[in-house]
Design a protein around this ligand. Structure first.
Ligand code: AMP
Ligand code: MG
Length: 331
């Protein structure tokens, strides 16, 4: 049985938090809100507990987890922190930035997907931070969805995927950002590798460090195995529409999500797009993408057409990455 406890995001009830923390301490699984998406948490230092995360999600065991901390002290206690990493953590934490660094032995291999490095972040959500504090241990948490599906941005979606698979869900409402954190490898303090674009814009990281972010080649991408898997995919096909180009052809009824209404564009064949969500900005689009996938896939349509975002500043790069993966296109 999975219990769901509603909590106030800003003032979570100590009762719900301590109940969830006891589950974490005894090796169980708790889903909780962060500012990006919902996480599926276990004690990051307990290998048996972490194994349960992979089982609950159906996640391949070589896809490492992000370890969540609530203090710089705890960060320093579990990975080898350098000056670049520390400067970034101090500037952007709590926030949607994950730092990959050489791991200390205290982090079990299963948490790291067998790698020598570990990925660490401090989430910007009082429920998440109090849970970590009360559990007294770092919490490993990937997104709280079945492997390959769109990440959950509210507790109902977590329950849909995880009912009966996990012990508890802390329902703190819908998440602010809607896409996952930016993951960078800072193992070498003079170089920064962008492993996954996400909630924190690359240009902000470059501004603070003065270091140009490197896009990893195929070899170093293998160091972040999870980035290879098909991800974020709704049950119906996803097609991409670029503004100014013909609307993708297809039969049947389609749903559309994007910033510009495509109704003026040349249609290559008669298409009924029966549902649409028009977003007001790139950030608004990122916030609604996964929720839109989840909504439309249940509405008896043949495909979901999404607009290719023109703007790659801010959340644009992360949004492009999620769209390509949902459409099954490798970066
Ligand atoms: P998720 O928690 O589902 O958002 O996935 C976390 C992602 O973080 C993984 O798919 C990896 O791409 C990345 N990641 C986690 N740990 C590491 C690591 N030690 N080295 C490189 N990438 C990592
Ligand atoms: Mg995920």
């Amino acid at each position: 049985m999975t219990t769901v406890s509603a909590v106030d995001r800003w003032h979570p009830s100590p009762y719900a938090i301590s109940k969830a923390a006891r589950i974490i301490q005894s090796g169980g699984l708790v889903a909780f809100p962060t500012e990006t998406v919902y996480g599926l948490g276990a004690d990051a230092l307990n290998a048996e507990a972490v194994k349960k995360i992979y089982i609950a999600k159906g996640r391949p065991s070589d896809n490492p987890l992000i370890v969540h901390v609530n203090s710089i002290l705890l960060f320093k206690a579990i990975v080898q922190v350098n000056d670049t990493a520390l400067a970034l953590a101090k500037k952007f934490w709590p926030g949607p930035l994950t730092l990959v660094l050489p791991a200390d032995d205290i982090i079990p291999s299963v948490t790291r997907g067998g790698l020598r490095t570990a990925a660490i972040r401090m989430p910007d959500n009082p429920v998440a931070l109090e849970l970590i504090a009360c559990a007294g241990t770092p919490i490993a948490a990937p997104s709280a969805n079945l492997s390959g599906r769109p990440s959950p941005t509210d507790a109902d979606t977590v329950l849909h995927d995880m009912n009966g698979r996990i012990d508890m869900i802390l329902d703190g409402g819908s998440t602010e950002l809607g896409i996952e954190s930016t993951v960078i490898d800072v193992s070498d303090p003079s170089r920064i590798l962008l492993l996954r674009p996400g909630g924190l814009a690359a240009e902000l990281i470059e501004k603070v460090t003065g270091i140009k972010l490197e896009i990893p080649d195929e070899l170093s991408k293998k160091k972040s195995p999870g980035t290879h898997y098909r991800h974020y995919a709704p049950k119906v096909p996803v097609k991409i529409w670029r503004k100014g180009e013909p609307f993708p052809s297809g039969s049947g009824e389609v749903a559309f999500m994007g910033i510009d209404d495509p109704k003026g564009s040349v249609l290559s064949e008669p298409i009924k797009y029966v549902r649409k969500i028009i977003f007001t900005s790139t950030a608004n689009y990122a916030h609604g993408l996964f929720a839109g996938f989840r909504k439309f896939e249940n509405e008896n349509i043949s495909s979901i057409v999404v607009q290719w975002p023109d703007d790659i500043t801010g959340l644009g790069a992360g949004l492009r990455d999620r769209i390509l993966r949902a459409a099954g296109i490798e970066r």
